[in-house]
Design a protein. Sequence first.
Length: 604
Amino acid sequence: MTISSLETLQQVFGYDSFRGDQQAIIDHVVQGGDALVLMPTGGGKSLCYQIPALVRPGTGVVISPLIALMQDQVDALLELGVRAAFLNSSQDWRTSRDVEQAFLAGQLDLLYVAPERLLTERCLEMLSAGRISLFAIDEAHCVSQWGHDFRPEYLGLSILHERWPQIPRLALTATATTVTRREIAERLALDGAPHFVASFDRPNIRYRIIEKNEVRRQLLAFIQAEHQGDCGIVYCLSRARVEETAEFLCENGIAALPYHAGLSPAVRAANQARFLREDGMVMVATIAFGMGVNKPDVRFVAHIDLPKSVEGYYQETGRAGRDGLPATAWLAYGLQDVVQQRRMINESAGDDAFRRRLGAQLDAMLGLCETVSCRRQRLLAYFQQDTGPCGNCDTCLEPPQAWDGTVAAQKILSAVYRLWRERGQRFGAGHLIDILRGKPTDRIKQYEHETMTVFGIGADLSEQAWRGVLRQLLAQSLLAVDQEGYGTLALTETSRAVLKGEQTLMFRREPEKKTRNSRPASTRGKEAIVLPGEAQQRFENLRAWRAEVARSHGVPAYVIFHDATLREIAMNCPQSLEDLGGISGVGVRKRDAYGEDLLRCVRE
Ligand code: ADP
Ligand code: ZN
């Protein structure tokens, strides 16, 4: 007798029903079809290959680039009673041999393999000698050379199709632009395979982008006001900034750890393990961290430097709130970010086409930062998806004003123009602002800039306001960072229309002091997290019990049960094993193993 996909979902995973396209994808693969699956992080991609692997005869082979996380993935499956194992370079030969034998004996439902391992002749031969139900290529965007996570080993995966043409292949990713999608299908030879594209909206994530001034203080204030004691990730551009920021947070009573490619593999692994296993840890990291981190209860993702592309920003922020509970994506950005990134693009290796592509990616990111309409609408539009205003982003909650910045822009542009025409000089943002505001600094005197006609013509605006104007001009490419590499500013071809008064410019003005007063909006999220009355106490009991079990099994707490499951138990007060079976996330195996303990926690 064969067991159906729905029965597997209910009995093994303990969920009632499929979500979105899951059913259609699973049916298609069970019948032997190939497919490309695009779903946001937290959308439920894993079930799309785990269930067919359980339903079809043979072992499902999962190709995943994340060696450090395979152990947790396998542990989670073992907890569910699924026969899973992995093969990668972190194992000794004896363990590998045992796994290979189990595979050959048909004793595995799922086998996780790193791509470089899979491509070895030994591994290919072993796979040929066993029975395979499907191939799942996780993080399939790693095959894209233009993407942000390119892994050369992925290019070799076209061999799967050549060697096993009759075995279904499922490529999965959370990266959604049409370009990347086309590239994945092409490089993995998925011709004619259907593309299942889910909505990329993550409604439980609140997006917020603020103007940067003292960024570490702003970050600390944000965490203290809205996410004290929560687990989160803080992204920075450089290793040095990671170190400084982690130290700063620790000094201010926030439990933070650093993660970047400059740390030894042992330190990285230890920090990642602490982040996954301990409650309320903040990981301060470069983008080297995060792919495949399945931790469902990351409550915030903060960026203290501007991401290089919307795609990267979406991936990184997507690591918040996988459990569906409220979470925040917070980004602080300012003039210096724009100057620095434009400069890095100018100096980057590669041909003009490559630089243009980087420039276009940055422009899209800047457009998201400067928009006066809904952030979510803008973000989804980047992935060619429509939505109405969301009511859960900063522009929806506290609409910014738009102001006519044409005259201010003309003042700056004419200062840049005159410096170049009259003096043959170019300067950076700080000095330009000093000229406009008529500030008699040593540098002004040294260059006799107080004699210029533009000196002091902008005394009506604050320095902060001028930085905002400059930032927005750079964002719209009405000013350029000079090719010389000193961060000096120059006019562009489009500046002329503004100087001549042929174009009106509307700029974003931040709502006054709203960063401090955003309490009502932000605590709303918090309240949703605290349970009513005694349920909260039951939830705490259940969490304490879970922490103990997780420790004794040596696995992260969420591998035992997700918060969402414990919350449901705390709310519903199940009285019997049968009641427990009706809770989402309690499958047969977990009910048998932990049911009595759970009932006891609820009674206490
Ligand atoms: P992805 O790999 O797409 O980021 P996961 O496969 O990790 O997402 O799933 C995200 C979360 O949603 C997990 O906690 C998973 O158990 C849960 N989930 C997935 N499908 C369902 C479903 N049909 N019903 C309930 N929960 C689900
Ligand atoms: Zn919105």
